[in-house]
Design a protein around this ligand. Structure first.
Ligand SMILES: [Zn+2]
Length: 437
């Protein structure tokens, strides 16, 4: 889940052609798999009677991005929008609790309430104070247009990838495309203003206190629409309507942007909540950042332009602050990550290498891509899942069990960060020798 309404056709197109789930096809055990792929001696693997553990192939669907709400889309005159409060049971996570005001299609709320597992309590962090919200020490750049005091989220203890930092129900949930009506009361601005007025007093205060970077950019936008355009996080579609939705949260939306973000926000429908999780190791005191961009592999110039146009700030993150040759190398690494994402790690080629006993080539190829991720601090969701899948398969085929275990542990944390669950990786980490290959 990323913040923003940036149009990115290429990303959604890429989802159709490039980000395919990797194959988890497994081969039956035979004599060759009792030895490493280079024929080196190794301990016998588990017998055929014992259930094998598949090495997970997690597919993280790309959420398409759109231009600003209500730019041009109409939903049809026969469709009416409703501003409703979903009757969610209270959570014992006091800080996570909100009344969520929803802008939904007529008849959509009952379909959400009837979705499997709904409603569940939001997930609970290991303790409630893993972060602070406080002013960011320095503004990112002198040319920043918005001069408000900027707040940010800061870790109060060290975090590992996958750790849950906070979970909260949103203040507002809205369809991303609202009617572009011209009659009084039917425009996106009017609908969003109406939703803000319908919020309970505490939630309305929290909503109106969020940053509005559109104040100085487009005076035609209402305050509510400016706040939504500045803060909304895309969550994909919900039951009852194929179009995308977005949410605005009191705390998660305080997370600032980095092109090498250390956290990721994800939507959990059964608990109707947003989870903020670490995607990289985080030190106590470090600012927690997410990505506002549709694609972190864009070169610096494109990233800076998009962020300036959409959010009125000049990115000064660790990646954007590079200059000269270091900047060129950073752009090149991100271009390689983009290429790797589009190839989907070339499953057929890697499977062929493993069959031919060239597991070391698979290891070298996958380790080099994971090194790109580490050097950039850019845990790209379309790259790591495939890379760790093939790396773990190759380690297992070579009998390099400790490296397979470390690989599976890393994948466990990242799967938790991006999907909320371990995706089957924790079982692989327990005993890599029990895996299929
Ligand atoms: Zn940046």
């Amino acid at each position: 889940m990323r913040r923003g309404f940036l149009l990115n056709k290429s990303l959604s197109d890429e989802g159709k052609s490039g980000r395919q789930p990797v194959s988890s096809a497994s081969k039956p055990l035979n004599k060759e798999t009792e030895r490493g792929v280079h024929g080196e001696a190794r301990e016998p693997r588990a017998t055929a009677e014992v259930a094998r553990v598949p090495i997970p192939a997690i597919h993280i669907p790309a959420i398409p991005h759109h231009e600003l709400i209500a730019a041009a889309l109409t939903l049809g005159t026969q469709i009416t929008l409703h501003v409703v409060h979903l009757p969610l049971p209270p959570s014992d996570l006091a800080y996570a609790e909100h009344t969520t005001t929803c802008i939904l299609l007529s008849g959509q709320a009952p379909q959400i309430l009837a979705s499997p597992g709904f409603p569940r309590d939001p997930a609970r962090p290991r303790h409630a104070h893993l972060y602070d919200i406080r002013p960011v020490p320095a503004l990112p750049a002198p040319e920043q247009i918005n001069t408000e005091v900027e707040l940010g989220l800061f870790a109060t203890s060290s975090l590992e990838p996958g750790d849950l930092i906070l979970s909260e129900r949103p203040l507002l949930l809205t369809l991303r495309a609202l009617p572009a009506g011209s009659a009084p009361g039917t425009s996106a601005d009017d609908i969003l203003e109406r939703a803000a007025e319908a919020m309970p007093a505490r939630e309305r205060r929290a909503f109106l206190a969020l940053r509005n970077c559109k104040t100085h950019g487009d005076p035609r936008l209402s305050r509510a629409r400016g706040i939504v355009a500045t803060n909304a996080l895309g969550i994909g579609s919900l039951p009852g309507h194929a179009g995308d939705c977005a949410v605005v949260c009191e705390r998660t939306c305080r997370a600032n942007h980095s092109c090498s973000p250390n956290a990721v926000a994800r939507w959990d429908l059964p608990s109707f909540s947003v989870e903020l999780r670490a995607r990289r190791p985080v030190r106590a005191g470090e600012e927690l950042t997410i990505s506002y961009l549709p694609d972190l592999t864009l070169p610096r110039a494109a990233r800076v332009d998009l962020l300036r146009a959409s959010y009125a700030f000049t990115c000064a993150c660790t990646a954007c602050a590079l200059s000269g040759a270091a900047r060129t190398r950073s752009d090149a690494r991100r271009a390689l990550l983009a290429r790797q994402r589009s190839l989907g790690y070339d499953d057929a080629r890697f499977a062929g290498w493993l069959r031919e006993g060239a597991g070391e080539r698979v290891v070298a190829a996958c380790e080099s891509v994971m090194a790109l991720i580490d050097e950039e601090g850019c845990v790209e969701d379309g790259v790591w899942a495939v890379g760790l899948h093939w790396l773990c398969r190759a380690y297992c085929a070579l009998g390099r069990d400790e490296e397979a275990r470390a690989c599976a542990r890393r994948a466990t944390g990242l799967a938790r960060a991006f999907t909320g669950g371990d995706g089957g990786w924790a079982r692989v980490a327990e005993d890599p020798r029990m895996t299929e290959n």
